[in-house]
Design a binder for this molecule. Structure first.
Ligand SMILES: NC(=O)c1ccc[n+]([C@@H]2O[C@H](COP(=O)([O-])OP(=O)(O)OC[C@H]3O[C@@H](n4cnc5c(N)ncnc54)[C@H](OP(=O)(O)O)[C@@H]3O)[C@@H](O)[C@H]2O)c1
Length: 332
């Protein structure tokens, strides 16, 4: 069940957080490209991970193993003998107790495990735009690119512990990789949208669900980058396979104001109670910042329009029964 020109044949790679939203799409793409995969999960027996065993090629080339990010020994065992590592597992929370230690120690353990294995060609780490844009001193017209880092003090002051944790985890990975001589490449996704392979709705999809199920009556005066989950997975595999890939890669199609998001949702799906009023009727509308996705485009990635990602997210909610299906079909 692998692509005829499968570049991954004969190569084993480890994917941490294999059952998560992005992790599942990375596993699917790696299987398609012929890789043999060791996926780490906190609980391989949990029914929420059953979708992985249904993926084409999984029966022959996917094994699942148990590893918490705080368990260096389990991560070492998962990475031993692998040719590559995709480190996507991370808590996604603003609770500092739950976020910081697993994110930072986990990133360090994965790099150490790759160094000790001696067989790992490259580690690809999933960072976040939260590690990049949280900087109150950035000029409004500045282009956000891979040279930008979030201001840790600003993250602390604003209690953005997820952004803080992702930035510190990425820094810890770079530091450990330099010290241990590990080839590290980092993918930096903005908010990821599009269909979920796993049964549950994860944090980034809740962002859109609340505009469709009546749980909010207004939208925020805020902007955000959006990217399709297939493109996020593609970016990870691309930076692993391209020998010259190096450094950080921002993975984003477009930055949208919430007003644009609700307009897109309303146009595609007029049947849902999508809010049409901003919660902030005083301040000027926030301007979307400019973001560069040039580095991934130079590697050949053609980004799916953000509107399509939003459309597919809603279809996925309907398929999973999270949203009722209307009588009149919507079409893109
Ligand atoms: N989705 C986005 O919009 C977005 C944007 C930018 C970056 N990211 C990054 O992309 C990566 C994947 O996120 P996602 O959206 O796919 O989220 P997700 O569906 O919540 O997946 C997160 C994965 O991390 C695992 N995990 C969490 N805490 C762990 C721990 N202590 N030990 C071991 N595993 C742990 C989870 O495993 P369990 O199943 O055991 O809970 C899950 O498989 C994360 O690094 C996230 O920061 C996501």
């Amino acid at each position: 069940m692998a692509d005829a020109a499968a570049p991954g044949l004969g190569q084993t790679v480890c994917v941490t957080g294999a059952g998560g939203y992005i992790g599942s799409w990375i596993v699917k793409l790696l299987l398609y490209r012929g890789y043999t995969i060791r996926g780490t999960l906190r609980n391989p027996e949990d029914a929420k991970n059953a979708h992985l065993r249904e993926l084409p090629g999984a029966a022959e080339r996917l094994t699942l193993c148990r590893a918490d990010l705080l368990d260096g020994g389990a991560l070492r065992a998962a990475v031993a003998g692998c040719h590559g590592v995709f480190h996507t597992a991370s808590p996604m929370t603003d609770d500092p107790e739950k976020m910081l230690e697993p994110a930072v120690r986990g990133a360090r353990y994965v790099i150490e495990a790759a160094a000790e294995a001696g067989t790992v060609r490259r580690v690809v780490l999933t960072s976040s735009i939260g590690a990049v844009t949280m900087d109150s001193n950035r000029a409004p017209d500045a282009v956000v690119d891979e040279s930008c880092w979030s201001d840790l003090e600003f993250c602390k002051e604003t209690k953005n512990w997820y952004c803080y944790g992702k930035a510190v985890a990425e820094q810890a990975a770079w530091e450990a990789a330099a010290r241990r001589g590990v080839d590290l490449v980092v993918v930096i996704p903005v908010l990821v949208q599009g269909p979920a392979l796993q049964p549950s709705v994860n944090a980034s999809l809740t962002h859109v669900l609340k505009y469709l199920n009546g749980s909010v009556k207004t939208y925020a005066n805020a902007v955000q980058g959006y990217v399709h989950v297939r493109d996020a997975a593609d970016a990870h595999v691309r930076v692993f396979e391209v020998p010259d890939a190096a450094g950080r890669y921002i993975c984003s199609d477009a930055v949208l104001h919430r007003e644009d998001v609700v307009r897109i949702l309303r146009e595609f799906f007029p049947e849902y109670p999508v809010p049409d009023r901003c919660s902030d009727e005083v301040n000027p509308r926030k301007a979307p910042y400019k973001i560069s996705n040039q580095r991934l485009r130079e590697l050949g990635l053609e980004f799916t329009p953000a509107a399509q990602a939003l459309y597919e997210t809603v279809i996925c909610f309907q398929d999973k029964g999270v949203l009722p299906v209307s009588a009149g079909p919507s079409s893109l």
